[in-house]
Design a protein. Structure first.
Length: 365
């Protein structure tokens, strides 16, 4: 995901009551992968038996791949659960079929869009399922013929689940999600987009020189965020420990991430570690060295040429930064290459961010 120099203008942050309900349903469908949310799983054991049966029968819709149509009107902070539910019913049937098919087939081998559009791909997928999982093959045939019954059954289960339990849960967690968005906005205003995204989503890798964000997924997409193709970051409690990405047409570009106040606290540095690091960086040449190493490892000789300093001066600064724990080294033949210790720097950055965000989070987080 590539960002322009004006990336702040192409970013939006939001929450979604319906999408949050779907993520919590995903948790219920596979509780063993969501240790943080086991209290909610236990509470949902008290749901009416008929509702639990309905949710269990249609859990395939949310168990692994979560259909992008659940993100309908998710960019609208004022949209209620019911309004988002209504918006799904206006999604064209071919898009519903493609997304539902994706919940049934092996997502590393098939794309639901291809199953809808290409008869040969569809026949191959159905033939494989007929041999290995006849019930899933029957469901897939039904979805590709008419996705409305499965869609309506899933939406009915969601509505009943909301009325019985999750509506009240949303009221509890919504203030904390909005607090997380406000924190993210303040951090971006002070530090820019890319450094803050690393603190929000530890799984991503950032290349600041190329203004590039990387997140490992089974398929490759190279996306440039522009005014015509903005990206929305949706804060979620129940998505943890996942980071979900929507990047296929016709759906808007979205990254759903675990909100910081509700997820595991990031590691922070001690007061002594912060002071040592700040002293080590408190000189223009050492800041220049850190900037030069932000994208790649370099040797003393290379840094001297880039900064216009003698090798002895650069060596002295590198020694101070290494003693402060900001550097790692490795040898390649004749040369010793220096790299920034990003783990140490992230701990220091998290400690400083906590100072900036020291206002109390709302209760219920």
């Amino acid at each position: 995901m590539r960002f322009t120099a004006t990336a702040e203008e192409q970013l939006a942050f939001t929450t979604s009551p319906l999408l949050e309900a779907v993520h919590s349903w995903h948790v219920i469908a596979g509780p063993g992968h969501h240790a943080l949310h086991l209290p909610w799983v236990r509470r949902c054991r008290e749901l009416p038996t008929a509702l639990r049966r309905l949710m269990r029968e249609h859990s395939f819709v949310v168990a692994d791949y979560i259909p992008a149509f659940f993100e309908s009107r998710a960019d609208d902070l004022d949209a209620s659960f019911e309004e988002q539910l209504t918006a799904i019913r206006s999604v064209p049937p071919e898009h519903l079929a493609a997304e539902l098919a994706q919940t049934i087939v092996d997502t590393t081998r098939y794309h639901g869009r291809d199953l809808v559009r290409d008869a040969a791909t569809r026949d191959r997928a159905l033939a494989e399922l007929d041999e290995t999982a006849p019930d899933r093959a029957e469901t897939l045939r039904g979805v590709l013929t008419d996705p409305t019954p499965v869609t309506e059954a899933a939406l009915t289960a969601l509505q009943d689940y909301w009325d019985a339990a999750f509506g009240a849960e949303w009221e509890r967690i919504e203030p904390s999600l909005h607090h997380a968005l406000a924190q993210a906005g303040r951090r971006i205003a002070h530090g820019g987009v890319l450094p803050i995204l690393r603190t929000l989503i530890p799984q991503i890798r950032i290349d600041p020189r190329q203004r590039l964000l990387r997140l490992d997924r089974p398929h490759d997409h190279d996306i440039t965020v522009t005014e015509a193709q903005p990206v929305t970051f949706t804060a979620s409690h129940y998505v943890w420990p996942h980071v979900r990405v929507t990047c296929d047409e016709p759906w808007p570009l979205r990254v759903t991430f675990p909100s910081v106040p509700l997820g595991p606290a990031p590691a922070t540095a001690s007061r002594e570690e912060i002071l040592t690091a700040l002293r080590a960086l408190a000189a223009a040449p050492r800041l220049q060295i850190a900037e030069s190493l932000s994208g790649q490892s370099r040797s003393t000789q290379e840094l001297a040429t880039l900064l216009g300093l003698s090798e002895s001066v650069v060596s002295r600064h590198l020694k101070q930064m290494t003693q402060a724990g900001l550097m790692t080294t490795r040898r390649e033949g004749y040369y010793v290459l220096y790299s920034l210790d990003h783990r140490r720097l992230n701990r220091i950055a998290n400690a400083l961010i906590r100072l900036a965000d020291s206002d109390a989070a709302p209760t219920g987080s």
